[in-house]
Write a protein that binds this ligand. Structure first.
Ligand code: ADE
Length: 238
């Protein structure tokens, strides 16, 4: 069964875009997943196919009309797929969400432009509002591409034995350990000795310690959650 992605967008040419290349592109050619871009302009009003209007209450920019967006959504066979709306106002998109989407039949992604979409159609459609980070993009298409890329690489048969989703960042609540390859000496810098030793247990131990060090330094939020999960939470013992 093909994993089906649908993008509702005013810029259908942006799909598959970068997803037509490399790992996702090969999976697309092999029929592991598909992507259909639906042009919301086709549901626009009048001869000029208007899709947006000024915000009630005033303010800058334009808002996508609920009737136009609803007509575009109504024309799609969701077939059990979640409707996802990328927006900086959404809850943070997590690897757990990606795993959930990848495990289902696919996703429908509503890509906003201008200042965003009228709130009522988001409510009425039950769209999941997700943010890919605390910065503002010029539209939802790039965020949709990020979401789809993260899903596609998890689909069965996409990653070969050479690429693994088991030992990567977030799989165990930690950031991944640093990676090294040949040459063993480069520009006066050595690869950590233990990685050249061939001692698998010692390597695993070094990698775990390195993961913990980098997570503690760069992501105190992940580190705090990891401490709780592994029962090493000392924050409450005082
Ligand atoms: N659209 C614009 N900015 C976004 C963000 N940070 N996350 C998701 N969708 C967006």
């Amino acid at each position: 069964m093909t994993w089906q992605a649908t993008a509702l967008t005013l810029f259908p040419d942006m799909f598959p875009g970068t997803l037509g290349h490399s790992l996702a592109g090969r999976a697309l050619e092999r029929g592991i997943w598909s992507v259909e871009a639906r042009d919301m302009r086709e549901y626009g009003l009048g001869r000029h196919r208007v899709v947006d209007d000024t915000p009630f209450g005033g303010g800058a920019g334009m808002v996508m009309r609920p009737d136009v967006v609803a007509a575009a959504i109504a024309d799609i066979d969701l077939a059990g797929r979640p409707l996802v709306y990328p927006t900086p106002r959404g809850r943070r998109l997590m690897q757990a969400d990606i795993r959930r989407y990848a495990a289902g039949p696919g996703v429908v992604v509503l890509c906003g432009r201008y200042e965003g979409v009228d709130e009522r159609v988001l409510e009425a459609s039950g769209a999941e509002q997700v943010s890919i980070g605390d910065y503002v993009l010029s539209g939802g298409e790039v965020a949709a591409t990020v979401l789809l890329d993260a899903c596609v690489r998890l689909l069965p048969g996409v990653m070969g034995s050479g690429e693994s989703a088991v030992e990567e960042s977030f799989s165990d609540g930690l950031l991944e350990y640093p990676l090294y390859t040949k040459p063993a000496q480069w520009d006066g810098r050595d690869v950590p000795e233990v990685l050249l030793s061939g001692h698998h247990a010692a390597i695993a131990k070094w990698r775990r310690a390195a993961s913990e060090t980098v997570t503690q330094a760069r992501r105190p939020d992940l580190w705090a959650a990891y401490q709780v999960v592994t029962g090493q939470d000392i924050s409450r013992t005082a």
